[in-house]
Design a binder for this molecule. Structure first.
Ligand code: OGA
Ligand code: MN
Length: 214
């Protein structure tokens, strides 16, 4: 397999074609094995240090903790204090952001990202990555950090392809170095439980706040 340079036009063309044609795209080997390993180690260290917080559903006053619905623990990244491996991640993501703005006029101004660790058995039930359909989150992005992941561990991301309907869907294994991008306003999705800890960097490219889509 030819490795695409994730800062290069050819890589961006692959992403842009997928997003424009299907509303989602999946690409592998977006980061080197070393960077994937370093980022996974950071996430697991944060987890050991008790520095991850149980993830809530909803926002602010309406945020709720319910591990049966959402069982991961997260920590938001601070780009101004990024580790070397996080800096590589941010460079790749901002390259994608700029390519989307140039070619698709998405006007993405920001990226918000957190580490997510799902302990064995944890899930995130079917949802849409929007608060009250505000449209501020335009593109969802998940970069998986699981080295040597096997399909029979479970933990797939299930993307529903036709609104809230239970079928058809696409199952994506959370393989280290794999990046999934999808239209945050369009695709319901869920995380299926796994038999191993499942680690990722999940992010959203946002448009300007208070500027709903339609
Ligand atoms: C999320 C989410 C999917 C995944 O954090 O909102 O849907 O595969 N994550 O981790
Ligand atoms: Mn989601």
């Amino acid at each position: 397999m030819t490795l695409l340079d994730p800062l290069h036009d050819t890589f961006h063309d692959t992403l842009l074609d997928g997003i424009a044609e299907s509303g989602y795209v999946i690409v592998d080997k977006v980061l080197s094995t070393n960077d994937v390993t370093a980022l996974a180690a950071e996430a697991l260290q944060l987890s050991q240090d008790g520095a991850l917080k149980p993830a809530a559903i909803g926002r602010a006053a309406s945020a709720q903790l319910d591990p049966a619905l959402r069982g991961d623990a997260i920590r938001w990244l601070d780009e101004t204090h990024a580790s070397p491996a996080q800096q590589v991640y941010f460079r790749v993501m901002h390259g994608i952001r700029e390519a989307c703005n140039r070619a698709l006029y998405l006007n993405l101004v920001e990226l918000e990202t957190h580490f997510a660790v799902y302990p064995p058995g944890a899930r995130y039930t079917k949802h849409l990555d929007q608060f009250h359909r505000s449209g501020v989150r335009k593109l969802s992005s998940i970069l998986y950090l699981n080295r040597e992941w096997q399909a029979d561990y479970g933990g797939q991301l299930r993307i529903y392809l036709e609104g809230e309907q239970p079928e058809p869907y696409l199952d994506v294994d959370p393989i280290g170095g794999r990046l999934v991008l999808f239209d945050a306003n369009r695709f319901y999705h869920e995380v299926l439980p796994a038999t191993r800890p499942r680690v990722s960097l999940t992010g959203w490219f946002r448009t300007r706040a208070d500027h709903p889509l339609t």
